[in-house]
Structures are given as C-alpha cells and as structure tokens.
Design a binder for this molecule. Sequence first.
Ligand code: IMP
Length: 180
Amino acid sequence: MARPYVIDELISAKAIAARIEELARDIRRDFRDTDKLVVVGLLRGSFVFIADLVRELDMPVEVDFLEASSYGNSTESSREVRILKDLRGEIQGRDVLVVEDIVDTGHTLSHVTKLLNTRAPARLATIALLDKPSRREVDVKADYVGFEIPDEFVVGYGIDFAQRNRNLPFIGAVRFTEDA
Ligand code: IMP
C-alpha cells in the first residue's frame, strides 16, 4: 500500500506558461539561423513541456523522442542510465535541443548529451523545465532552465510519482502525511 501523501502547489500553470513564453523567445533568438531545429523530448516526463514549448516556437521544428531511465517507482535515484528507446531520426550535422523535465543528480542529462554528441550534431543545446542544483552529483547544467527548485520531490505537468499525477496542470511537491 502506497504511503498517503498530499500535493502542495509549487508552480502554477499560469507561471509555467509565462516562463515557457520567455524560454521560447530565447531559443528563437539563439537558433534564428537554424534551418529546422530537432527538438528531442526525454520520455516520459517531458511530454507536456515539449508540447507547450514547440507551440511557442515560431520556427520550423522536427520532434523526436528518446527514453532513458534512471528512476524506478520510488523517490530514490539509481545511478545507472539505460536507453530504453532511441531517436527515430538522424542528428548528424543538425541543430538539436534536448528537452528534459528535471535535472536532479544530472546523470540522465549527462549520459544523454554524451551519447548524442557521438553522433556529431552541428549544435547540441539542452533545456530543463526544473533544476534541483542542490542534488547534483554530475557537473552538468542545462543551457535553458525554467525554474530552480529546492530539494523536493515534485509531480505534475508531465512529471510522475510511481506513474501518477502526470496529468496535473501545475507542479506540486509531494508531502507524506504520515510524517506530518
Ligand atoms: P537525474 O538523472 O537524477 O538528473 O534525474 C532525472 C530524472 O529523474 C528526471 O528526468 C525525472 O524523470 C526524475 N526525477 C528527478 N527528480 C524528480 C522529482 O522530483 N519527481 C519526479 N521525477 C523526478
């Protein structure tokens, strides 16, 4: 039986939308010479973020997905990163933007960027909706960050806790009620 918890709103749907508009403006400016940007969503947590982000990017984009796993059905991070689903398209010579939901320990983003760099993209940039710098174990930073957050386990806006709560429109912190 799962431990009972409540979800406290940390970042509202409105605040997320406003920040995505700003991030999209920066990306459009930085990639204005790009013919067609390959936007790579890391499944599954980035699916809502990438959907909103590409609709703010008023430029030609191609969307692809990659699935890597570093988390099981718990709040514990495992160090091992495995590629469960690879890209469909080629990225050699292309400008690529990797879209991550959260950079936590940094293992996932570090592993994925190393892997994609072996395929010789023209340019590889990274964006994370959320960044938990206090949890970092690997020296990695996304080029674009939506929000820095403290060391809290969060859900919503595509992000899950044991495959629940991805459909919340806001970002919330999980608080176990037994501990209260
Ligand atoms: P990292 O490899 O430790 O940086 O972890 C990255 C992945 O762990 C993210 O893409 C998320 O899927 C997951 N993750 C990290 N923090 C949280 C959280 O607070 N809630 C839910 N998933 C998380």
